[in-house]
Design a protein around this ligand. Sequence first.
Ligand code: ACO
Length: 448
Amino acid sequence: AKNVGILAMDIYFPPTCVQQEALEAHDGASKGKYTIGLGQDCMAFCTEVEDVISMSLTAVTSLLAKYKIDPKQIGRLEVGSETVIDKSKSIKTFLMQIFEKSGNTDIEGVDSTNACYGGTAALFNCVNWVESSSWDGRYGLVVCTDSAVYAEGPARPTGGAAAIAMLIGPDAPIAFESKLRGSHMSHAYDFYKPNLASEYPVVDGKLSQTCYLMALDTCYKYLCHKYEKLEGKQFSLSDAAYFVFHSPYNKLVQKSFARLLFNDFLRNASSVDEITKEKLAPFSTLTGDESYQSRDLEKASQQASKSLYDAKVQPTTLIPKQVGNMYTASLYAAFVSLIHNKNSELAGKRVILFSYGSGLTATMFSLRFHEGQHPFSLSNITSVMNVAGKLKSRHEFPPEKFVETMKLMEHRYGAKDFVTSKDCSLLSPGTYYLTEVDSMYRRFYAKK
Ligand code: ACO
């Protein structure tokens, strides 16, 4: 199989959201902390009728229907998620309901988990399967689904929720450049979920930022190294049209891109002009550790990378800023934003993606766009996803209502024997929702 990659995509996020400006005031944070400081506009959250299973049921059925894919045509289904609903039964098995109905139970794959990285692991598994000798000619399907919620405190505004489905196969409009890839994996306690009775993570915010940037540096170094071995020339920011980052909050994305420019500066790469060299010169002798702590370097490199950021990163930021951190779906929601904003200009271009999951696992990899053929064309993917429509039809909740919902969900997490309000008035037709968890913890869903 050639040009294996993403043939089709769809995204779902809850219609319920809270404005960051309102949350900021409600939390007593200084004005601008969430909106300018973190760079976030709005945050989606699941109410009691939605969860990672309902969102993924919605995303998968929607993708199959809109691209007219027969469920029998799926041969592998992989889910990435870090939202634990069951310690044994995979989310994938819930999704099998869709396929069993069509008589297809011959589908490989289960769930992949490591913080926000599980979606990337699932994606690589599917791509590898299509490229392998066990491929049977059918499609792979990847689902990233998460509800990101934090305890009250500084991390709470960095929540979010979404599910993304991606159809995998050959001759894709979004093809992998599989040789162009760098990973960094290591043992860290930056963000983890050791308390199995709670949905909330334990998080060392500052450490997680540094771990993220260190992983970024290392992945970029490996990717550059592989490119140079392959192409016989140096890689730099000029060699990709766009850079897409896992986006816990937008400020970290700004800092990440600035960090890549600093890497190019240290490597004396062609992407760095004279003005930038002058601006960054004072920092050329910092040790690695010092460079992660230097506020002056952060400011100088963000300033120096501003125009490149606007061209190569800004088009990827829409959904992460509007919906928040979607954990496994976050990187792919940034990627969806790029397709939404630039669809007609993408053919032929290379895009570099950086996936980060705390704990920690990270990979930087490369994709190449092609126009593709209907229904697997960039223009059709854009219209199917209808990002603008989905963002516009959301309902803003006041912060008090959001906090109330979080309290109810804390109570419901891991609970049995309850029925939900079944209030699906805010959901659009075709959306799945939770109706009941019975005395055996079995979960029941309905479709609006
Ligand atoms: N106006 C403008 N900017 C402001 C204001 C204001 N009124 N107040 C603060 N800021 C700025 C700060 O200067 C800072 O920006 P800077 O880093 O450019 O200096 C930013 O807002 C955040 O303020 P901090 O004081 O650093 O925020 P705090 O430490 O309270 O929380 C954090 C931020 C650590 C990111 C927290 O939200 C968190 O723990 N989030 C979850 C962890 C996370 O997402 N980590 C990322 C990688 S791991 C993962 O994906 C889960």
